[in-house]
Ligand binder design. Structure first.
Ligand code: GRF
Length: 216
C-alpha cells in the first residue's frame, strides 16, 4: 500500500506546459482564490519558448522557465526538468508536478524520481482514447459520453491510477472542436480539485486504485 500525500503542510507545485496553459491557469486561479490553501505554485516550466501559458503564469506572479530540449531525449532531457523543479523547491519530499498540456512523454526515471508525485490530465475517460487527439477519437468512435481524467503518471502513456473523472455528453452534431470545448470546462474543475485532494494528503493508492479520504 502506498500513500500519495504530503508530509508537510505545504505542497510545492511545479507545472509543466507546452502551449495555451488553460489548465495551468485553472490551478493558479484556484490557489489565488484560496481554494487550495495547502499548495504553493513554485514554478511553471515550458519546453517551448513561445508557449502562451508562460505570460499567463507571469501575470499570476509565478516564476517561469523555458527548458529547451536542444536535442536531449528521455532522461537526458528530464534531468534538466528535475534540476529546474528542485531549484524552485519542488522536491520528491514535498513537491507535486502537474503535467498540463506538456507535449512530451516523461521518462521512467523521472516518474520514479517523483514517485506518485506526478499528475496528468487527459481529455477522455481513460482507458478509452489514450494518446493524441482524444476528442477526435471519441467523435469518430461514436461514443455517447466522454469527459476528462486526472491520473497519477506511471511509466506508460495515459495509463496511471485514476484520481478523478468528469463526464460530458457527446452530441450528434459534435465536432472535435465543440467536444473539446465542452470537455475543457470540466478539465478546469477536475484538475484543481485533484491538486487540492493531493495537497490535503487525501489520496491513497493501492495498485491501480486511488481512494479518496473524506475531509470529515
Ligand atoms: C488539454 O485538453 C489537456 O487535457 C491535454 O492537453 C490540453 C492542454 O490544454 N493534456 P491547456 O494547455 O491546458 O489549455
Amino acid at each position: 500500500m502506498a500513500t500519495a500525500t504530503s508530509t508537510t503542510t505545504t505542497t510545492n507545485l511545479g507545472i509543466l506546459i507546452s502551449g495555451r496553459g488553460s489548465n495551468m491557469e485553472a490551478i493558479l486561479a484556484a490557489v489565488k482564490a484560496g481554494r487550495i490553501p495547502s499548495a504553493r505554485p513554485r514554478i511553471v516550466i515550458s519546453n517551448k519558448a513561445d508557449a502562451a501559458g508562460l505570460k499567463t503564469a507571469e501575470r499570476y506572479g509565478v516564476p517561469t522557465k523555458v527548458v529547451l530540449p536542444e536535442g536531449a531525449k528521455g532522461w537526458d532531457y528530464d534531468k534538466k526538468l528535475v534540476a529546474a523543479l528542485e531549484g524552485a523547491g519542488v522536491t520528491p519530499q514535498d513537491g507535486l508536478v502537474c503535467l498540463a498540456g506538456f507535449m512530451r512523454i516523461i521518462s521512467p526515471e523521472f516518474v520514479r524520481h517523483f514517485k506518485l508525485r506526478v499528475l496528468n490530465i487527459h481529455p477522455a475517460l481513460l482507458p478509452s482514447f489514450p494518446g493524441l487527439h482524444a476528442q477526435r477519437q471519441a467523435v469518430e468512435y461514436g461514443v455517447k459520453v466522454s469527459g476528462c481524467t486526472v491520473h497519477f503518471v506511471d511509466e506508460g502513456v495515459d495509463s496511471g491510477p485514476v484520481i478523478l473523472q468528469r463526464t460530458v455528453p457527446v452530441e450528434d452534431n459534435d465536432t472535435e472542436e465543440t467536444l473539446a470545448a465542452r470537455i475543457l470546462e470540466q478539465e478546469h474543475k477536475a484538475y484543481p480539485e485533484a491538486v487540492r485532494l493531493f495537497s490535503e494528503g487525501r489520496l491513497r493508492v493501492e495498485g491501480r486504485k486511488v481512494f479518496i479520504r473524506s475531509s470529515s
